[in-house]
Structure formats: C-alpha cells, structure tokens
Design a protein around this ligand. Structure first.
Ligand code: OFO
Length: 177
C-alpha cells in the first residue's frame, strides 16, 4: 500500500509524463511545419513513448489500490528560434524529469517502500538512456552545424534514430523485464 505522500507524488509524475508527451507532439508539429520530416517523425514517436511512461504509472497506482488522477496542465511552448534551441529545451526538460524521478526514489527509499523503489528503477534507467540520446543529437547538431545543407543532414540523422528507437517496446507491464 502506498503512503498518501507517495500517491500524490506519483500522480504528479503522471502529469509530468503527459506534459512531456504534449511537448514532444507540439515540437513534432513545429518540425513538420518547417519541413524537417525526420525530426517530426522521431519526436512524434517520442511523444508516444511518454504516454507509455504515463500509463505505466497509472497501472502501478491501480495495482496498489491507489487512485490515479489526471490533472489539467499548461499548454507546451510552440515557438522555437531554431532546431538547436528545440533540442536544447528537450535536453534540459529531460534533466528536469530525471531530477523528479530521483526525488521519487528518495521518497520511496526514505519510506522503506521497496516495491516503489523497484518500480522506479525502470524510470531511472530510462532517464539515463534519454539524456544520452538527446545529448547525442545536440552533439551532432553542434558538429554538423545548421548552415547550408547542415539542417538536411541533421534531419536525416534524426530520421535514422526514429527507425531505431521506434522499435522499443510499448508494453504497459510494470513488472521488471
Ligand atoms: Fe522522456 O522521459 Fe518520460 O520518463
């Protein structure tokens, strides 16, 4: 059984994951509007992954007999000065999400709630992968540059990532693989 504090914090995380999904879908739309189709596809897939992160949390709350709550949330930003700025925002957003996951792990550990500690390990590993993924994209943008054909090559690189990361599982199971 979850404590009230843990239930509240997991419900907050549900909304953070949903916000992440909205953010990446909006960013995907910005990329499509700018004819950056590879980035648009990649970010659209990533928006789906964030919904899966949200659903895992809902399943876990339900499995423990807690009440999962979907709250209202602000609209994501929709204007970006450049593709580099867009990916910088994603990278710092993922670092923020990592800090929220770390807070959850800290609370679960403090409460000796080892079931939730174990459940959260999936998110700890996921955040490591996502920070690595987005830092890699930013490194490529800085390396290739966005002048001339640079944008075209970056879009193609990110399109390849969409093909790779799109094969990830979308299982809702909260049981560790
Ligand atoms: Fe992009 O990460 Fe969810 O958790």
């Amino acid at each position: 059984m979850l404590s009230k504090a843990m239930t509240d914090r997991l419900n907050e995380q549900i909304n953070l994951e949903m916000f992440s999904s909205h953010l990446y879908l909006q960013m995907s739309s910005w990329c499509a509007y700018k004819a950056l189709d590879g980035c648009a596809t990649f970010l659209s897939q990533h928006a789906d992954e964030e919904m899966m992160h949200m659903r895992r949390l809902i399943s876990y709350l339900q499995e423990t007999g807690a009440f999962a709550i979907i709250s209202g949330m602000e609209a994501p930003p929709k204007e970006f000065n450049s593709l580099q700025e867009l990916f910088e925002k994603i990278y710092s957003h993922e670092q923020f999400i990592t800090s929220k996951i770390n807070e959850l792990v800290h609370l679960a550990t403090t409460e000796s709630d080892y079931s939730t500690v174990q459940f959260l390990q999936w998110y700890v590993a996921e955040q490591h992968q996502e920070e690595f993924l987005f830092k890699g994209i930013l490194d490529k943008i800085r390396l290739i540059g966005t002048e001339g054909q640079g944008l075209f090559f970056i879009d193609r690189e990110v399109a390849n990532l969409a093909v790779t990361t799109g094969k990830e599982t979308t299982s809702m199971s909260t049981t560790p693989a």
